[in-house]
Design a protein around this ligand. Sequence first.
Ligand code: UP6
Length: 271
Amino acid sequence: TFTRSYTERAGKFSNPAARQLLEVMARKQSNLCISVDVTLKGEFLEVVDAVGPYTCLIKTHIDIIEDFDQDLITQLKNLSSKHDFLIFEDRKFADIGNTVVLQYSKGVHKIASWSDITNAHAIPGPSIITGLASVGVPLGRGLLLLAEMSSKGSLASGSYTEGAVRMARDHRDFVIGFIAQNRMEGIGSRGFEAEVDEDFLIITPGVGLDQSGDSMGQQYRTPFQVVAEGGSDVIIVGRGIYGGGVDIPTIQTRAERYRAEGWKAYEARLK
Ligand code: UP6
């Protein structure tokens, strides 16, 4: 699967969010998802506007924004049209079906109303998917399951990862892929399904060019390791872009650096 082009794969997804994401990636030559983990509305919108041209997907943690209001969402959606990117709220849902329905659609943030893609832990079992799907499918949204994590000592491995992949295979209309560190095609025994041309998007956090980790257990690999060697489809970069620190002066040049590295790694694996 991962030796085929994003464009070719786009046509094979029935889920609208997956198809749109792959199309944007091809159009902008960007497999870079930028995680904008800042806590004030003004700074958040400034960063998104600055990096918008280089990214296919803006990832949010909307619950860390101290002065959140509905206008932030209006402006974020305007920026997504202006710069042509999708929105991914990294909510990491992890509760029973009834509760995640409420968390996804209600409360202050009303995530389902503006976020093209969101994600969930597999820990509650399949009912978390059916709950979220009851809200997300009618809106054309897509879900990523967390199959692995980038943090040191993560418990999401082995049979847990395998269980997450099985859950996804049973809900292909809504589950478009995984937050993971590796491709998942080879995971679990699929029997007849092995013949099926399976395609899940692999979206990978823990990507950095200048550091190997942070002081709180984050672990980084380079875009080349993740995309060319590991076969991942989208890299997630946060502090490597908005965090400063490196000898690259602007947020735009840092974003373009990761865009170029990610795309080069994608082209390398197509050969
Ligand atoms: N994230 C990870 N690892 C995972 C899942 N999610 O780092 O396994 C998220 C974090 C953060 C971003 O919540 O928003 O990806 C990584 O940010 P960084 O590039 O600044 O480390």
